[in-house]
Design a protein around this ligand. Structure first.
Ligand code: ZN
Length: 154
């Protein structure tokens, strides 16, 4: 069956950057499964999946606008050490989930720990990157009522 709204899709992928370096792959793992049309994967990839069927293989390059967006300098901020109460030792590379003023949760990475405070970056690690995917559609099935109601694949 073809991928359409409310299909549950499993696929294998290999993701490389402009330099051809592998950023992520499902090789040796279970395929990734998602509910099509629910915005569970980046827009550019969801669009490219539309109408494909199981066994199909294709390559697609996706600009930041249809992936993780451009890097927003305003998301790099310096916060006081006190913001990390309860954390034994804050180190560069650590990730934390925070709630912004709008009440949305986002993941921030610690970039630098200084005497004056901690520099954090709320940009997605792949923001600003053009993503090159090799995709193999493994399975396509109709979502169950429960999956549609929940808005995700089980
Ligand atoms: Zn559920």
């Amino acid at each position: 069956m073809k991928i359409e709204e409310n299909s549950v899709v499993s696929f294998h992928y290999k993701l490389t950057d402009d330099a051809g370096e592998v950023l992520d792959t499902s090789e040796g793992k279970d395929p990734l499964t998602y509910l099509h049309g629910a915005g569970a994967i980046i827009p550019g990839l969801e669009q490219a999946m539309d109408g494909r069927q199981s066994g199909e293989e294709f390559e697609i390059s996706i600009e930041p606008d249809n992936a993780y967006g451009e890097v927003e300098p305003a998301l790099v901020q310096k916060v006081p050490h006190e913001a990390f109460q309860g954390v034994d030792q804050v180190e560069a590379g650590m990730q934390f989930q925070v709630r912004d003023e709008q009440g949305n949760t986002r993941v921030v990475r610690v970039v630098e720990v200084g005497d004056e405070g901690v520099t954090i970056d709320g940009n997605h690690p792949l923001a600003g990157e053009t993503l090159h995917f090799q995709i193999e559609v493994a399975e396509v099935r109709e979502a169950t009522e429960e999956e549609v109601a929940h808005g995700h694949a089980h």
